[in-house]
Unconditional design. Structure first.
Length: 297
């Protein structure tokens, strides 16, 4: 029994004759009659009583008609679902994002556009630092990430440059530095700094340290924070000052902090990358990559 034969059978039932069904399914009457006979032979039962006035369903035919409708509807549903999966209109996508960049307008727009365009996709967004993102990407636990990377793309990953960030100085709102901002990094050598761990974002950390060495700047670190949110919270509490991505200054989510720009921090470009496993051929990921390429063109 084939789905094609079931379609022919349903057409004969609903049209009431082979001639009407022939026009509906666009095959010749002899071929259609032959397919109905083959269906009956495969089932080992008669489906129609044939008489001069037309064709009447047997009890077996009535039962098959009900079942055939369900089978054909289910088949269409499965085919539609598979087509949606194949085109990335359904399925899921897991995306990691560095915490500070959730508020960057172009990143927010990327998330909004993906949700608007692919509403049938289960879209999971995980605020993660670059280090954990990289681990999860390499382990296949994330489809894609928005993160800082070193100068060389890690093996097995593909990347697109998403955003060019730089650094900014964060100080307590009550700090004298707000009234008398420094002009060079070296002026901050005697200040107490709140710092991040290298493991949280190795690419970001190493790039920043190399830039500081070029400017003979050696921050005196007195406190460490797990991420930029924690670091800025400690700055707000007066535990020290910090250097963070400029994206952190685009939001007012941490009160009590003032952000100061320095030319030497502006000069430290911190590229933010969209990255994914090269071998990942997920259609939903392909659609996200296409959106990224649209956004950076």
């Amino acid at each position: 029994m084939e789905f094609r034969q079931l379609q022919y059978f349903v057409a004969v039932v609903e049209e009431g004759s082979v001639s009407g069904a022939s026009r509906r399914v666009h095959i010749a009457q002899p071929a259609l009659t032959r397919q109905i006979k083959l269906l009956e032979e495969s089932l080992g039962t008669t489906l129609f009583v044939r008489h001069a006035q037309g064709m009447q369903l047997t009890l077996a035919g009535q039962t098959l008609y009900q079942e055939a409708q369900d089978l054909l509807n289910r088949r269409n549903q499965v085919m539609a679902r598979l087509a949606a999966l194949g085109s990335g209109l359904s399925g899921k996508l897991s995306l990691g994002i560095t915490v500070t960049h959730l508020w960057v307008p172009m990143v927010a727009k990327l998330l909004h556009d993906f949700r608007s365009r692919y509403a049938g996709v289960a879209f999971e967004v995980f605020p993660l630092l670059s280090g954990p993102q990289l681990e999860r990407l390499q382990q296949g636990k994330l489809d894609a990430g928005i993160l800082y990377l070193g100068d060389e793309t890690p093996a097995g990953l593909s990347t697109r440059l998403l955003h060019r960030d730089h650094l900014i100085l964060a100080v307590p709102a009550s700090s004298p530095l707000t009234e008398s901002p420094p002009s060079r990094l070296a002026e901050l050598n005697d200040e107490d700094f709140v710092w991040g761990f290298r493991s949280a974002s190795p690419g970001y950390y190493d790039r920043m340290q190399a830039h500081f060495q070029r400017h003979d700047f050696k921050p005196r670190v007195v406190q460490y924070g797990a991420d930029n949110i924690a670091i800025l919270s400690m700055v707000a509490a007066g535990l020290g000052i910090a250097i963070v991505p400029a994206a952190a200054g685009s939001s007012s989510f941490v009160p009590g902090v003032r952000f100061l720009r320095l030319a030497e921090l502006d000069a430290c470009e911190m590229p933010l990358w969209f990255a994914w496993r090269t071998e990942n051929d997920s259609p939903t990921l392909g659609n996200m990559i296409a959106l990224v390429e649209e956004s950076v063109d």
